[in-house]
Write a protein that binds this ligand. Structure first.
Ligand code: NAP
Length: 419
C-alpha cells in the first residue's frame, strides 16, 4: 500500500513537471529557453484542487526563468493571508484553474534579471507582490511589483509587509482621508491588516481606534487599539456608548450583517469601506450556505439615503488594483511612504509565527482556528518540525480525488516557531 502511495506521488510529480515544462515551452511563466535536460527544479506548495487543507502539499516544479521585465527572486519567506484560505476553498470570483501554486507576496534575494529591467541588481534584498506562485523556492514577477528591503528589516518582516500595510494605508489615507482627531472601527484587529491599521492610525495625532477581536488576543494588542470589544459582542451598542455619534471610518472585512451595522455607525461625512468577506469562511471547505447568507444579509444601499445622511460607501481590493487595474505605479509610491515610516520606526510588521512550506496546512489551520496575532509566514529555509500525524509532503492514495474531511487536522501536533 505504502509503495502504491509513493508511486502515485512520483506519478503526480512527473505530471506536474511535465505541465511545468509545457508552460515553459509556451512561455507562460516557466522560462521559454528551457529544454528537456536543462530544466532545474524547485520546491513549491501545490494546490491540487479547490477544497480543504488536504488539497495542499509540497511538490517539485520546474524553476521559472525571468521573462522580459521580470525579476527572478530566490525566496526566503512568504506571507500567508486570509485570502489564501479563500483561494484554497475556491471562494473567490473567477478562480484560476488548478493545480496552482498559491501565494501573493514574498521576500528574498534577486538571482537574475530579465531583459530591460533597470533599478535592481543581482543580490538585492527585496519584497514583492506576485500574481499567484509566491509559495515556492524561486519566483519570477514583473519589476513593477518589487521593492527593496530596508537594511534592518528581516525577510520575515518583509514578507509580512506589502499586503497588510499597503491595504491599510490605501484605505485609511487614499480612500477615507484619515486626519487628526478622527475615529476608526476595524474588525479582526489582532490580524495582519488589523494590526497594520492600528499602527498607521497611531502615526496621526488623536485618532481613536475601535477594534473587535477574539478575547484571548486583547491582552496582547490592547496598547495598539483604544477600545477593544470581543468579536461576539454587540459592538454597535458598545461604540455608541462611548461615542454617541459613531465613528468617521468603518473598515469592514467581514461583510454580511456587518455592512448594515457599519453603515449605521457612520458619522455624517463618514466613510464605510468593504474590503473582505471573512464571514463566508465557516469551515475548511467552501460553504454555499455561508456565501448565500452573507450575500443576503448585506445592506442594499440606496444612494438617495447616502445623500440624505451624508455618508460615503466604498470598496477596496488591492489584488485587483495591482493585477487587473494596472495601478502598480500608485502602489510603488505608497510603498515608498511605508518604507519611510518603517525606517522612522513608526510601523513594524507583527509576525505571529514561522512555518516550513511542508507545514502549510497547519499554518492555515491556525487562521481557521482564529489563533493568530499578526501575520503567519512560510519560511522557505525552515525545516518542518518532526512528528506529524499527516505531513503535507505526502500524497495520499486517493491523490487529487481525495475527499475533504472537515477538521481532519484536529489531532496535529506540529508547533510553529512563535516569534
Ligand atoms: N481587499 C483587500 O485588498 C484585502 C487585502 C488584505 C486582506 N484583506 C481582507 O482583510 C481581512 C484580514 O486579512 P488578513 O490576511 O490580515 O487576515 P487576519 O486578520 O490575520 O485573519 C485571521 C483573523 O481573522 C479573524 N476572522 C474573522 N472571520 C474569520 C473566519 N471566518 N475564520 C477565521 N478567522 C476569522 C480572526 O480573528 P478574530 O477571531 O480575532 O476576529 C482571525 O484570527 C480578510 O477578510 C482579508 O480577506 C483584504
Amino acid at each position: 500500500m505504502a509503495k502504491e502511495g509513493a508511486e502515485k506521488a512520483d506519478e503526480t510529480e512527473q505530471m506536474i513537471e511535465k505541465e511545468g515544462g509545457k508552460e515553459a515551452a509556451e512561455g507562460s511563466g516557466g522560462g521559454s529557453s528551457l529544454r528537456a535536460g536543462d530544466t532545474k527544479e524547485m520546491r513549491a506548495v501545490l494546490l491540487s484542487g479547490f477544497g480543504g487543507l488536504n488539497k495542499l502539499r509540497v511538490s517539485k516544479k520546474v524553476m521559472p526563468e525571468p521573462q522580459e521585465g521580470e525579476l527572478k527572486i530566490r525566496v526566503k519567506a512568504c506571507g500567508l493571508n486570509f485570502i489564501d484560505l479563500m483561494v484554497r476553498q475556491g471562494n473567490i470570483d473567477n478562480p484560476p484553474k488548478t493545480p496552482l501554486v498559491p501565494g501573493f507576496e514574498c521576500s528574498g534575494i534577486i538571482e537574475a534579471l530579465g531583459d530591460s529591467v533597470a533599478g535592481f541588481e543581482i543580490g538585492d534584498r527585496v519584497m514583492a507582490f506576485v500574481n499567484y506562485n509566491a509559495w515556492a523556492e524561486v519566483v519570477c514577477t514583473p519589476v513593477e511589483f518589487v521593492y527593496k528591503i530596508p537594511d534592518d528589516m528581516s525577510f520575515s518582516e518583509a514578507a509580512a509587509f506589502p499586503m497588510n500595510f499597503v491595504t491599510a494605508y490605501m484605505m485609511l489615507f487614499e480612500v477615507a482621508n484619515l486626519r487628526e482627531g478622527m475615529s476608526v472601527l476595524v474588525h479582526s484587529a489582532g490580524g495582519g491588516v488589523g494590526q497594520a491599521v492600528a499602527q498607521l492610525c497611531s502615526t496621526i495625532p488623536g485618532v481613536t481606534v475601535f477594534g473587535t477581536a477574539s478575547s484571548f488576543k486583547h491582552e496582547a494588542i490592547k496598547d495598539s487599539v483604544t477600545h477593544l470589544f470581543d468579536r461576539n459582542a454587540d459592538y454597535v451598542q458598545e461604540v455608541k456608548r462611548i461615542s454617541a455619534e459613531g465613528v468617521d471610518i468603518v473598515l469592514d472585512c467581514l461583510c454580511g450583517e456587518n455592512t448594515g451595522k457599519g453603515l449605521s455607525l457612520l458619522k455624517p461625512l463618514g466613510t464605510y469601506i468593504l474590503y473582505g468577506s471573512s464571514n463566508m469562511v465557516t469551515g475548511e471547505t467552501k460553504s454555499f450556505f455561508s456565501f448565500a447568507k452573507s450575500w443576503w444579509q448585506v445592506e442594499k444601499v440606496n444612494p438617495i439615503k447616502l445623500y440624505e445622511e451624508n455618508k460615503v460607501i466604498a470598496g477596496f481590493s488591492l489584488l485587483n488594483l495591482l493585477f487587473k487595474q494596472g495601478r502598480s505605479g500608485l502602489i510603488k509610491g505608497i510603498m515608498d511612504k511605508l518604507i519611510t515610516l518603517y525606517n522612522e520606526k513608526k510601523i513594524k510588521p507583527l509576525v505571529d509565527s514561522l512555518w516550513a512550506l511542508e507545514e502549510v496546512k497547519e499554518a492555515m489551520q491556525r487562521i481557521h482556528d482564529r489563533g493568530n496575532i499578526g501575520k503567519l509566514i512560510l519560511d522557505v529555509e525552515k525545516a518542518p518540525t518532526p512528528l506529524m500525524a499527516n505531513d503535507s509532503t505526502e500524497t495520499s492514495e486517493a491523490g487529487e480525488e481525495e475527499e475533504d474531511h472537515e477538521g481532519d487536522n484536529e489531532n496535529k501536533e506540529r508547533m510553529p516557531f512563535i516569534q
